[in-house]
Design a protein around this ligand. Structure first.
Ligand code: ZN
Ligand code: ZN
Length: 307
């Protein structure tokens, strides 16, 4: 029995097709918005909340990850866009894209088959709700902002650690196979890296739900989609005049992460530029020259003081 509806207003529909369920929900629940109606239809149709949540997560990941990669694949085929390619001499071949796609798919199935069956019970024990209506937009916006900031912090430190000796050699090196990344390479990584960096995406919402006892699965699902978009876009290899970081200076974007792949050190954060700026780990020749100038100036000041 599904628990998507809190009240007894709605009786479970024993219908044969998904469209029958959608029609029924749209007619009987006019007070809900479209997203809520579709959400309720999915859980009602599935008749099994464990499978409904598990499949929802798996399908959301596959659909939005590969769906977001597709425009970048097409853009790579159109010479007009080359003027905005960060490393214009390197355009990924179809063979490279195909190899990358196969590897990412394999990793997804390896890592995600288990959570399909366990995620809903976990949500239930933490009080992560699936019922309709959804929480107010203001609540969701606040929670997405919190998750972005916390994930960025986690990513910075975990990624920096992955550049240390054996962690790099045995785990993170795989992700650095492409010195000029393209969309699909966002999740081209060792399963241990997918799990540990993924912990920053899913782990903080779990902790948040545990502490507050109040998080909706829809909020979590949209957060994961936003994070997928951020990861794919930062690997796109393109920096357009209309890219977000040109309007929001602390947003990392592709320009930030492309430099990480190009120079191998620096720019460890995912969504924002705060951590690399504060801890002086910005990548690239400009940042390196500035860092060296700062070190030189400090040495000269120290020498003067000592005189
Ligand atoms: Zn790295
Ligand atoms: Zn990367």
């Amino acid at each position: 029995m599904t628990e998507v509806f809190n009240s007894t207003v709605f009786q479970t529909v024993q219908s044969s097709s998904f469209s029958d369920v959608v029609n029924n929900v749209f007619q009987s629940q006019p007070q809900l918005n479209i997203a809520e109606k579709l959400w309720a239809s999915w859980y009602t149709y599935m008749q099994n909340d464990v499978l409904a949540t598990g499949l929802l997560f798996f399908l959301t990941h596959e659909l939005f990850y590969f769906g977001r990669c597709l425009p970048w694949y097409i853009i790579d085929k159109i010479p007009y866009f080359r003027k905005w390619k960060i490393q214009p001499t390197y355009i990924p071949s179809d063979k490279e894209q195909w190899e990358c796609l196969k590897s990412v798919l394999k990793s997804h199935f390896l890592v995600e088959v288990f959570p399909i069956w366990t995620f809903h019970p976990l949500c239930k024990s933490l009080g992560i709700g699936v019922s309709v209506p959804f929480p107010p937009l203001s609540t969701m916006l606040k929670e997405w902002a919190i998750f972005f900031v916390l994930e960025d912090m986690w990513h910075y430190w975990a990624h920096r650690l992955f550049h240390y000796g054996p962690f790099y050699k045995y785990i993170h090196k795989q992700h650095h196979r492409y010195a000029a990344p393209f969309g699909l390479t966002a999740e081209y990584a060792h399963p241990a890296e997918v799990i540990s960096l993924g912990a920053g995406t899913v782990g903080f919402p779990i902790v948040y739900a545990y502490l507050t006892g109040n998080l909706h699965l829809f909020t979590l699902t949209v957060w994961i989609v936003l994070r997928l978009f951020q990861a794919v876009d930062s690997h796109s290899g393109y920096d357009f005049p209309w890219s977000l970081h040109n309007f929001v200076p602390f947003w990392a974007g592709a320009e930030h992460h492309d430099l990480h792949h190009h120079y191998f050190i620096g720019n460890y954060a995912s969504s924002f530029r705060f951590w690399d700026f504060w801890l002086d780990t910005e990548a690239g020749p400009v940042a390196k020259a500035e860092r060296e100038a700062r070190i030189k100036a400090k040495a000269e000041r120290d020498a003067k003081k000592a005189q």
